[in-house]
Design a protein around this ligand. Structure first.
Ligand code: NAD
Ligand code: GLY
Length: 361
């Protein structure tokens, strides 16, 4: 097991990465205020992993409420959140009960928002089971739900007390989900870590083949990057916005097509290519580097073109982005590979052109 930390003063917490961690209940038991937890998972993940986690905790004397949700991005909404509150109340969960998210980013975001708001905030632990969740969504405390008009528009910052990334869980992850997670891994290389981007170029096939050492390295290196950014800017006053490379375009794809049609990572990949193309038009990213970015996404089996929603529709959806300030769209762009910037410099005509250039015919 490898451990790194997210440094946030009294709210600092460890991220453990390694094989077989689900059964290591002592890592959780030592953190519980009272021997009671609510495990939030879904109908796909619970049959695979809930008993390993729950058996260990029960053997340690912990009372467990199991809250099993329907699977899918389309359920990351108010109705499902309310179902979690119902279950927490029905099981008489108290203010010291710890909410544990066992699943991908959808479960982590939902359970985390429930933990942030139930009785004005209860302890929270993340046990991410997708690559995307292990490298990104379980770290940093962003929680929330989608609104039909905009992705992740309702939420709260609520840091977990622990992130437990058991790499064994990735063995059952569908290929398409593994590839989607790679979009967020590549993101760290693009915004702030050129050597990591070069490592990914050299090792992408090992990752796709689920080589354990390569996956563990990519997870750790991603988490180091994310932990540094979050420690410097927890509430996204500045640098943290870089983690949204490709997301403004990507969220428009997800909301425009209907949540769940494209995976989040797929939308981020196509959105990143749009951001790259826009950066090229602004004279920042060179044409060969733009092609290099597309090359890595394509080798990872990810889309580099978005659906043809029409530039008007993209812009309408992008106007609801959380980075909009005083009505002006701010986008994460690339000065070069390894150096992201948040910029309001791009004019509407360039944004339209970049979208059109990166959409399917
Ligand atoms: P997901 O949670 O929908 O999981 C993907 C699919 O894989 C689901 O069907 C799930 O049931 C299944 N699954 C999960 N683990 C499995 C396993 N080990 N074996 C087999 N199947 C498994 O999707 P995701 O890609 O993990 O997360 C995407 C979500 O995360 C989006 O809603 C996105 O907005 C959010 N997100 C949040 C943050 C953040 O900082 N909070 C960051 C990035 C993304
Ligand atoms: N995934 C973006 C962030 O955590 O800020």
């Amino acid at each position: 097991m490898q451990t790194l930390n997210v440094w946030l003063d009294a709210r600092s917490y460890p991220i453990h990465v390694g094989a077989g961690l689900l059964g290591r209940s002592e890592l959780i038991l030592t953190l519980l205020k009272v021997p009671a937890v609510a495990i939030v998972s879904n109908q796909t993940i619970a049959p695979l992993y809930l008993s390993t986690l729950a058996d260990g905790l029960r053997a340690g004397g912990v009372r467990i409420a199991e809250i099993i949700l329907p699977d899918g991005e389309q359920h990351k909404n108010w109705q499902t959140l309310n179902h979690i509150y119902d279950a927490l109340l029905e099981n008489r969960c108290e203010r010291a009960t710890t909410v544990i998210a066992l699943g991908g980013g959808v479960i982590g975001d939902l359970a985390g928002f429930a933990a942030a708001t139930y009785q004005r905030g209860v302890p929270f632990i993340q046990i991410p089971t997708t690559l995307l969740a292990q490298v990104d969504s379980s770290v940093g405390g962003k929680t929330g739900i989608n609104h039909p008009l905009g992705k992740n528009m309702i939420g709260a910052f609520w840091q977990p007390r622990l992130v437990l990334a058991d790499t064994d869980t990735l063995k059952t992850l569908p290929d398409r989900e593994l590839r989607a997670g790679l979009a967020e891994v590549i993101k760290y290389g693009l915004i702030r870590d050129l050597p990591f981007f070069e490592w990914l170029e050299a090792n992408i096939e090992r990752l796709l083949a689920r080589d354990g050492d390569a996956l563990t390295y990519a997870i750790q290196r991603s988490c180091v990057n994310k932990a540094e950014v979050v420690a410097a800017d927890e509430r996204e006053a500045g640098e943290r916005a870089l983690l949204n490379l490709g997301h403004t375009f990507g969220h428009a794809i997800e909301a425009g097509l209907g949540y769940g049609e494209w995976l989040h990572g797929e939308a981020v990949a196509a959105g990143t290519q749009m951001a790259g193309e826009l950066s090229r038009r602004l004279g920042w990213l060179g044409s060969s580097d733009c092609a290099r970015v597309a090359g890595l996404f394509e080798r990872a089996g990810l889309p580099v073109r978005g659906p043809r929603l029409g530039a008007d529709r993209y812009l309408e959806l992008m106007a609801l982005d959380k980075k909009v300030s005083a009505g002006r769209l701010r986008l994460v762009l690339l000065k070069r590979i390894g150096l992201g910037v948040v910029s309001a410099e791009a004019g509407e005509s360039d944004i339209r052109a970049a979208i059109e250039a990166c959409c399917h015919d």
